[in-house]
Design a protein around this ligand. Structure first.
Ligand code: BG6
Length: 475
C-alpha cells in the first residue's frame, strides 16, 4: 500500500453537529437549530419547527457535543492521532447572525481565529466548509433562501469576509456541503426553501443560484489569495443496475447523471451538462440562466473535488414500486444482496469506493479528497470504560485498502477525512447513539451525559495507520 508522502490524513465534523452554544456570543439561529431530535425510524424526517420551543422540545444542535467550549481538548486528541488535516465548518450565523447584515460579528470571527491557532500549534491544516447545512434561518424566512438572488450576495459577503480574515491561516476551502442534496425534494430546506410549497422550477432555480454563489466565492477567494485551494463537495452515492436488463441499466445511468454527475459537472467543468437540459425540457422546468451566469460558472470552477462516501445502492427501472428498498444517506435505492448493511441499513461497499474514485477521476482529472466516510454504529462502553469497536476498524481498514488500490490505479487522491471523527449529532436523525467517532462522547439521545471524551480502540488503530502512512492496518 503506498499512499503519497504528503497524503492528508485527518477527520471531519460540521459546526451544527458539534459546536453547541447555538445562541452564545451573538450567534443567530441557523436552519439546523430548528431541527428537533428524531430517531432511526424517522430517518431524514426530523421535525423542523418554524418557531423554536425549547421548553417543550429538545434540539440537539443547541448543545451539540459542546465543542465550542471544548475545542482545545478535542484538537489535542486529533493531534495525538497524528492528524495532518481537520475538516470543520464555520457556522455562518456566528459571523452573520441573520445573514443579511453588512458587518460581521467580531466574536464569531475571533472564535475561529482561536480554533485555527490551536490547530496550527500541532501543525494540523484546517479544511473549511463554508456552508454545511447551516444557512441563517432568517435568510429562509425573509428571502426564501437562495431562491432570491440577493442571497448570492449575502453568501459572497460571508465567504469574502472569511477569506480576508483567515487568508494566512486556511488554505483549503469547500464552498457548499453535499451541494447535490439540492436536486432532491427533501433537500429544498438546505437551500432555504421552507416557507411554503415550491415548484421544481423554483427548486432548480435556487440550486442554480447556489452554483453562482459558489463560483463567485471561488473567484473572490483566488483574488484574495492565489494559493487558496477551493473545492466542491458532493454526496456521492454510487449506483449499480439491479440487473443487466437494459431498462435497469438505462434508469441507473439517468439517475446517476442527475444525482452524482450534474452538480460536479457544473462546478468542475463550468457548464450545465446536456442531460440536465433534457431533464428540464421533459419536466417543463424553466431555470433562468443568463449569459452572464454562464460566464461566471465558467470562470468560477473549483480546484479540487471532494465527496462523502458511505454506501452504494442499486437502481431498477421500477424503483418507485419496489418493496426491497435500502436505507441510505439522502438517497435510498434497491438493496444489493452482495452487501452487508450498517445498523442504520446503509449498504457497506469498500470495493465500491475504488470503483467510485476511478469513476470520478476519469470524468474530471483533478485532485480528489474523500472528506466523509465512516460507520454509524451503536457502541458499547465496557465496565472498565473501554470501547472495543472492532467493527469500525474493520470498516475503515477495508475502505483504506481500496483507496490504496485506487491510488495504484492512478487516481490522484490527496486526502481522507473520516466523518464524525469524534462522536457528534447525526444530521439525518439527530441521534447521538448513531456514533461515527474514534473518540467517544458521553451523551445520549435525550441530551444526558457528562460530555466527557474517551478514545475508542479505533483511536489507537487510526493513529498507527497515520503513523505508517497507511501501511500498517493490522489490529
Ligand atoms: C452527510 C453529511 O450527509 O452524512 C453529514 O454531510 C452527516 O453532515 C453524514 O452527518 C452522516 O449522516 P448521518 O445522518 O448519519 O449523520
Amino acid at each position: 500500500m503506498s499512499f503519497p508522502k504528503n497524503f492528508l490524513w485527518g477527520g471531519a465534523t460540521a459546526a451544527n453537529q458539534c459546536e453547541g452554544a447555538w445562541n452564545s456570543d451573538g450567534k443567530g439561529d441557523s436552519i439546523s437549530d430548528h431541527n428537533r431530535s428524531g430517531s432511526r425510524t424517522s430517518n431524514t424526517h426530523r421535525s423542523f419547527d418554524f418557531v423554536i420551543d425549547t421548553d417543550k422540545y429538545y434540539y440537539p444542535s443547541h448543545t451539540g457535543i459542546d465543542s465550542y467550549h471544548r475545542y482545545k481538548e478535542d484538537i489535542a486528541l486529533f493531534a495525538e492521532m497524528g492528524y495532518k488535516v481537520y475538516r470543520m465548518s464555520i457556522a455562518w450565523t456566528r459571523i452573520f447572525p441573520k445573514g443579511d447584515e453588512d458587518q460581521p460579528n467580531e466574536a464569531g470571527l475571533q472564535y475561529y481565529d482561536d480554533v485555527f491557532d490551536e490547530l496550527a500549534k500541532y501543525g494540523i491544516e484546517p479544511l473549511v466548509t463554508i456552508s454545511h447545512f447551516e444557512l441563517p434561518f432568517h435568510l429562509g424566512e425573509a428571502y426564501d433562501g437562495f431562491l432570491d438572488k440577493r442571497t448570492i450576495g449575502f453568501y459572497e459577503n460571508y465567504a469574502t469576509t472569511l477569506f480576508k480574515r483567515y487568508k494566512n491561516k486556511v488554505k483549503y476551502w469547500l464552498t457548499f456541503n453535499e451541494i447535490n442534496f439540492g436536486t432532491m425534494e427533501h433537500g429544498k430546506r438546505i437551500n432555504g426553501l421552507f416557507n411554503r410549497e415550491y415548484t421544481e422550477t423554483e427548486q432548480y432555480q435556487a440550486l442554480h443560484n447556489v452554483f453562482l454563489a459558489s463560483a463567485k466565492a471561488v473567484i473572490a477567494g483566488h483574488a484574495i489569495n492565489p494559493d487558496f485551494q477551493i473545492g466542491c463537495m458532493l454526496a456521492y452515492i454510487t449506483m449499480y443496475p439491479k440487473t443487466c436488463k437494459p431498462e435497469d441499466v438505462l434508469k441507473t445511468q439517468q439517475t446517476n447523471e442527475k444525482f452524482n454527475y450534474f452538480c460536479g459537472d457544473v462546478q468542475v467543468k463550468g457548464h450545465y451538462p446536456y442531460f440536465m437540459k433534457r431533464y428540464f425540457e421533459k419536466n417543463q422546468i424553466q431555470v433562468e440562466i443568463t449569459d452572464a451566469d454562464k460566464k461566471l460558472l465558467q470562470e468560477g470552477t473549483v480546484d479540487y473535488y471532494t465527496f462523502s462516501y458511505y454506501m452504494t445502492t442499486c437502481i431498477a427501472d421500477d424503483l418507485d414500486k419496489r418493496s426491497d428498498k435500502s436505507g441510505g444517506n439522502l438517497f435510498g435505492g434497491v438493496s444489493n444482496e452482495y452487501l452487508e448493511t450498517s445498523d442504520w441499513g446503509w449498504q457497506i461497499d469498500p470495493i465500491g469506493l475504488r470503483y467510485t474514485l476511478n469513476q470520478i477521476y476519469s470524468r474530471y482529472e483533478i485532485p480528489l479528497m474523500v472528506v466523509e466516510n465512516g460507520l454509524g454504529a451503536f457502541d458499547q462502553v465496557e465496565a472498565d470504560g473501554t470501547i472495543n469497536d472492532d467493527y469500525r476498524i474493520d470498516y475503515f481498514k477495508r475502505h483504506i485498502i481500496e483507496m490504496g488500490n485506487a491510488i495504484e490505479d492512478g487516481v490522484d487522491l490527496i486526502g481522507y477525512t473520516p466523518w464524525g471523527c469524534i462522536d457528534l449529532i447525526s444530521a439525518g436523525t439527530g441521534e447521538m447513539s448513531k456514533r461515527y467517532g474514534f473518540i467517544y462522547v458521553d451523551r445520549d439521545d435525550e441530551g444526558n451525559g457528562s460530555l466527557d471524551r474517551s478514545p475508542k480502540k479505533s483511536f489507537y488503530w487510526y493513529k498507527q495507520v497515520i503513523e505508517s502512512n497507511g501501511e500498517n492496518l493490522s489490529n
